[in-house]
Design a protein around this ligand. Sequence first.
Ligand SMILES: Cc1cc2nc3c(=O)[nH]c(=O)nc-3n(C[C@H](O)[C@H](O)[C@H](O)COP(=O)(O)OP(=O)(O)OC[C@H]3O[C@@H](n4cnc5c(N)ncnc54)[C@H](O)[C@@H]3O)c2cc1C
Length: 440
Amino acid sequence: MKSLPERTDVLVVGAGPAGATTSLFLEQKGIDHLVIDQSEFPRDKICGDALSGKVIDVLARLDPRLVNEMEALTGEFLSCYGITFVAPNGTDLSIPFRTKVADRLTAAGFISPRLDFDAFLVSKIHPERLRTSCKLISLSKPGAIASAPGTGSIASAPGAGPASTTAGEHQVTVEYQGEQRTIRARYVVGCEGERSLVAKEWAGYVKDKNHYCAALRAYYTGVTGCHADNYIELHFLKDILPGYLWIFPMSNGRFNVGIGMASHRIAQRKVNLKAAFEKAIREIPALRERFAQAQPLTPLQGWGLPLGSKRFPLSGEGFLLVGDSGSLIDPFTGEGIGNAMKAGYHAAEHLALSLQNGRRDAAWMRSYDQRVYRDLGGELQIGKTLQKLTNYPRLFDFVVGKAARNRELRNLISSMFDDISLRNRLRNPFFYLRLLLSRD
Ligand SMILES: Cc1cc2nc3c(=O)[nH]c(=O)nc-3n(C[C@H](O)[C@H](O)[C@H](O)COP(=O)(O)OP(=O)(O)OC[C@H]3O[C@@H](n4cnc5c(N)ncnc54)[C@H](O)[C@@H]3O)c2cc1C
């Protein structure tokens, strides 16, 4: 068992996509840091397991060889070349991803069990920087942070003994090797996912049902009728709007299947998601046929999605939030892995500057929020608009129906996977007016 350092410049809590990516970029910059995770890897995370082009872009930014290495693990990673939307009235629209694959010679997306993908990322963390089975259990109160050498008074954690303090450092208590231990860190990065203690204790995060989604996932075999190019499928069923049932093909003849819905609607309509899923695959003719021979490999298991339809604070004195800890999931698609990894990149960039200029005050740390929202804010806003569109099933049916008949519109939507400026058109009411007036 590795010993636990008593101090580090940057403590990264959580080694999911957010924490692992933050660590890999910090490593590139030669920044002293420590990553802790309560789990041992490989470990599962309930998820749709779909990795978008954004994931590939971040990996390529780290090192293009990582993308090739990931692709070579064909037993675990399945290339995916498009997406099928099924509107509430059953009309389907299949769109190939038109990303810059030609010059990259790689698929635009992948499906990989998180068991494998997260372990792949974690295997790239410098082993000296990583402590697994190491759980964050409490944080120093923001007011207890030492402010000048020798004058600080960090309250000791129970059983941790007196701590020597240094100017402007946090003190956190972790459980490691059956003992409570203390780590001091100039900066803490909260990457613990949707149940983040850092977000709750330091950023005052409180779950908001209007910006939250609940979802269930199961692995299956024997689902039939999938696209030959491994398209992922989103079925917007009228009983679960805003939300969808998904079918994502995987390697080795398995399927990641699940259902998710906005939490405020679940509460309003008292929806039982498990029952809604079972009813859909039993009663909707197109699904019933495709699930006729299907066998579940796991039970339906639930987890929450903190959505980026509201901007939550991502920082404060000497700390940052990355990934689900910062509620950065796309409200329409549910994509959170790519956003977590992008935010990890920004966190490392911000921390490099912070260590250079010695600043950790809340006003300075807010420039991280600005970075992240400059990069992801536009997309999250579009996701919010599209999520609202699903509140109007007829309009949604109409857009999907029109696109299914109109090649130009299909090409436009296909390009939207690449080009955020094109996606902005979806926020413009004139887009829908022109659609209404256009010929099929
Ligand atoms: C049902 C479902 C389907 C989804 N489908 C998709 C999809 O297909 N594609 C997509 O892009 N996104 C999807 N998402 C969202 C995606 O799962 C998350 O956005 C993503 O996991 C965020 O990564 P993260 O690193 O922020 O958090 P996580 O992946 O949750 O990682 C957090 C890590 O922190 C560790 N940790 C937690 N608490 C502590 C602690 N106290 N001390 C130490 N370590 C701790 C955990 O062990 C874990 O390893 C889905 C989510 C759900 C719920």
